[in-house]
Design a protein around this ligand. Structure first.
Ligand SMILES: Cc1cc2nc3c(=O)[nH]c(=O)nc-3n(C[C@H](O)[C@H](O)[C@H](O)COP(=O)(O)O)c2cc1C
Length: 417
């Protein structure tokens, strides 16, 4: 996909450098176009280094016109994003001015136009600016105005006018690419999870009886590993806290190996503290509910002819701990059941306060534990979706799609509260 990134003269111009980097990391071709004002804040060289393309700055430049002329530039773009869009540029767009490169390209282009206004809160609230925004929307109903965030501003004021974070803008662009299919890469996934920090658990846990014996379960870790790999390929920063499995670590994923449920909780806590809370916490591990009350330090010998009674204590509930401590914006749990799948899944979702439960029937030999395929129900507060039997890699993508939709819904709700 080809994005023409217009950078204008605002204090948030430095964020456009980070935005360029994020888009390029997402596989987007970025052509930066800077106004004269923008060049007082950041140099074209910065954008050239980040985008790998010479930055366009002037309209009446014979050399540049010999290369990709302004009309070609206008036709080249799949999307024009102006971030930050200064108050001055909004006024110029509303008036249809074409006395600089940005204005001329905008008039000559039929590509979708997105504007991310960023300015002092009083400038943003000013009726002149608001009038210009309304005029642009009336003249170009397809134009998306990305509402500025509210908060503390560079000038010390507090209010609306901050450009959304570059990662968030990049994610929007990549999501649009995924949903619209425009400029979709023929090879490789769309990086719509770019910027998300995801902590996952996978595999079984081992609860030691002694140095050579343990209680465990049949989890192979394949579903969790498939999720970690898919999330990483879609651009997320993934940490996988993994019980003992015989799977290769997915490329680009940080793997923290653990053995018992208590180790797993400790590792999850450490990782979440280190990253200052994750965007998503996905608990795909089959964590043992119980562990032996005591674990011998030496191998236990057979004691005469009598049987042996094990005394078990409950393990901590990792998913409920993370959810109740609000250490992740979105939490996803798994319910491996052998009967009454949906009933158990609904109850588990509510009991643990998680956003999504992925439920699978582990009594079927063709899916679930150890199999390369899975069939799951994804249960949220809003709906219940069956993902029919397919490879765990494909199921992983469906689960991530559902999580992304739930996350968007949640954030929209939070933003409007
Ligand atoms: C230090 C400084 C910071 C500024 N920050 C902003 C800003 O955040 N948003 C804005 O709309 N204008 C800002 N301005 C004003 C613009 O730079 C000015 O209106 C300029 O003409 C914009 O030109 P352009 O839209 O062609 O890039 C700032 C000016 C200065 C001196």
């Amino acid at each position: 996909m080809r994005v023409l990134l217009g950078v204008t003269g605002g204090i948030a111009a430095y964020k456009a450098a980070e935005l360029t980097r994020e888009l390029v990391r997402g596989g987007v071709e970025v052509q930066v176009l800077m106004t004269g004002g923008a060049q007082s804040f950041v140099t074209p060289l910065t954008f050239q280094a980040l985008s790998g393309r010479a930055v366009r700055t002037t309209l009446l430049d014979p050399d540049a016109e010999m290369g990709m002329g302004h009309i070609e530039l206008a036709r080249w773009a799949d999307l024009i994003l102006i971030a930050p869009a200064s108050a001055n540029t909004l006024a110029r767009i509303a008036a249809g001015l074409a006395d600089d490169l940005l204005g001329t390209v905008l008039l000559a282009s039929e590509a979708p136009l997105w504007l991310a206004p960023a300015m002092n809160q009083a400038m943003w609230r000013n009726p002149m600016t608001q009038n210009n925004v309304r005029a642009i929307q009336a003249l170009r109903p397809d134009c998306q105005i990305i509402e500025p965030d509210s908060g503390e501003q560079a000038c010390g004021d507090v209010g609306p006018g901050r450009m959304p974070e570059p990662e968030e803008l990049a994610r929007r662009v990549l999501t649009w690419q995924r949903d619209s299919g425009v400029g979709r890469p023929e090879n490789g996934p769309v990086r719509d999870l770019l910027g998300l920090r995801i902590v996952l658990t996978a595999g079984p846990t081992r609860e030691r009886l002694d140095p050579v014996r343990y209680l465990s379960n049949d989890s192979s870790g394949k579903m969790g590993y498939a999720l970690a790999a898919a999330a990483q390929q879609r651009g997320a920063q993934v940490t996988l806290v993994s019980g003992p499995v015989s799977l290769a670590p997915p490329a680009g994923v940080e793997v923290v190996p653990v053995e018992s449920a208590c180790d797993m909780l400790e590792a999850v806590r450490t990782v979440l503290q280190r990253v200052d809370g994750a965007d998503w916490f996905v608990s795909a591990a089959a964590v043992a509910d119980y562990r032996p009350q005591t674990s011998a330090t030496q191998k236990q010998k057979k004691q005469g002819d009598a049987g042996l009674t094990l005394s078990l204590v409950q393990n901590p509930d990792i998913l409920a701990t993370v959810t109740s401590a609000r250490q992740a914006r979105l939490t996803v749990g798994f319910a491996a059941e052998t009967e009454n799948l949906l009933e158990h899944a609904r109850a588990k979702r509510q009991r643990k306060g998680v956003d999504l439960i992925v439920a699978n029937n582990v009594s079927r030999p063709d899916i679930g534990f150890n199999s390369d395929e899975n069939e799951v129900w994804i249960v949220s507060a809003a709906d219940e979706t069956l993902v029919s039997r397919q490879s765990k890699t494909a199921v992983a993508d469906k689960i991530l799609d559902a999580a992304l939709a739930a996350d968007r819904l949640k954030r929209n709700i939070e933003e409007t509260v």
